[in-house]
Design a protein around this ligand. Structure first.
Ligand code: ASP
Ligand code: MG
Length: 412
């Protein structure tokens, strides 16, 4: 068998007929070099939102099963069009839906998890000399119903197929040329990284880096599938390689800085300091499917304590209501909600071996008179909740303090 590469093109890359033709030319060129290629496509830019909006114009409570069938159509359109474009320039291609490519999922409509990939048909199609163009983001469940993998799910489709077909790598083509040290709109001298470890990318994706779906990175790490993120718009884009950490290399202490504005804080004051109280609140929130991010509880004062936690902005009203109801039962003194906060985080594999990184972050913020409201850490991340208005300043200051302006030297 030839060497196999799985490529995924996002919504912008297939956003118009012109772009689809460009993508087809790129694929045909690589095919001529003797590579076997499986392409996964997203819906054309904006299409998924448009479909969702149409359903919402009817009702906001459409059944998830029907929503899945509806949304899966966006990816089918782009896969068929790209396949037609490839054929038209003499590059034999065949389009396939999630069912046809054999992507099996569990039954949780709109956020299904992949259970396996049946590769019989795709192997035959490749042996017959075809490029396969797969409609991303979708599979089928045990009942044969169409499921989708959650927003941004085509990335995950691509990695799952790369693993199942034992591709040598998975390439994600998007509208940016890789993963940056910080948002270049906020930090003008942020630069593209040549290489990021799976663990760093996992942290960045969970902190709101939109470039890759979290589950896609999780999958890559689990199966050690090298992933390249690059631009489909810039011909010579080298992109960023996401792979296993290279322990022979000196790791940068901080690789990336993120600011997540989609955070809100709820504070419950004066709750009895006794077993079972925290569990009451957080079980109540979990029962309503609300995920909580950071939590802090103060030292108790006269047998009472305060608890603060964060949720996403979308969830704040629902979460506040639940907490108010529970708060009444246990006679909490006061409950307040604050949407005007953000979470600034530094991520870097080098933190494992460098002490004092958190301290350096805190003093950098204090030098700018930025008050830290909450802190959380992992082995390779430090996050601070601060007032939202200081978020961008904090990112710029940290980028400077951690010397991230100059591109890292990569030893080939
Ligand atoms: N079209 C879907 C979305 O917009 C899936 C994807 O693009 O990966 O979320
Ligand atoms: Mg995406």
């Amino acid at each position: 068998m030839n060497r196999l590469v799985v490529q995924k093109y996002g919504g912008t890359s297939v956003g118009s007929i012109e772009r689809i033709k460009k993508v087809a030319e790129r694929i045909a060129r690589m095919r001529k070099e003797g590579l076997d290629i499986v392409v996964v496509v997203s819906a054309m830019a904006g299409e998924t939102d448009k479909l969702l909006d149409m359903a919402k114009q009817i009702t906001s409570t459409g059944k998830d099963r029907e929503i899945d069938l509806l949304l899966s159509s966006g990816e089918r359109v782009s896969s068929a069009l790209l396949s037609i474009a490839l054929d038209s320039i003499g590059c034999p291609a065949i389009s396939m839906t999630g069912r046809q490519i054999g992507l099996l999922t569990d039954n949780s409509h709109t956020k299904a998890r992949i259970k396996g990939v049946d590769t019989d048909r795709s192997r035959r199609a490749l042996e017959n000399g075809n490029v396969i163009v797969v409609a991303g983001f979708q599979g089928i469940n045990e009942h044969g119903d169409v499921t989708t993998l959650g927003r941004g799910g085509s990335d995950t489709s691509a990695v799952a197929l790369a693993v199942a077909l034992k591709a040598e790598r998975c390439e994600i083509y998007t509208d940016v040329d890789g993963v940056y040290t910080a948002d270049p709109n906020i930090v003008p001298d942020a630069h593209k990284m040549d290489r990021v470890s799976y663990d760093e990318m996992l942290e960045m994706s969970s902190l709101g880096a939109k470039v890759l779906q979290f589950r896609c990175v999780e999958f890559c790490k689990k199966y050690d599938m090298p992933l390249v993120v690059k631009s489909s718009l810039v011909e010579e884009s080298k992109g960023t390689l996401i792979c296993e950490e290279d322990s022979s290399m000196e790791q940068p202490v901080v690789s990336g800085i993120m600011n997540d504005k989609n955070q809100a804080k709820i504070t419950i004051k004066g709750v009895p300091d006794q077993p079972g109280i925290a569990s009451k609140f957080f079980t109540g929130l979990a029962d309503e499917n609300l995920s909580v991010d950071m939590i802090i509880q103060n030292v108790s004062d006269e047998n009472h304590t305060d608890i603060s936690f964060t949720v996403t902005n979308e969830d704040i009203n629902k979460a506040t209501k639940i907490v108010q109801e529970l708060g009444k039962l246990i006679e909490a003194r006061d409950i307040s909600a604050d949407p005007n906060i953000c979470k600034v985080s530094i991520v870097g594999a080098g933190m494992r071996s460098h002490p004092g990184v958190a301290a350096k972050m805190f003093s950098a913020l204090s030098n700018e008179n930025i008050n830290i409201i909450m802190i959380s850490t992992s082995e390779i991340r430090v996050s601070c909740i601060i007032e939202e208005k200081y978020g961008e300043l904090a990112v710029r200051v940290l980028h400077k303090v951690f010397n991230m302006t100059k591109p890292k030297k990569i030893v080939p």
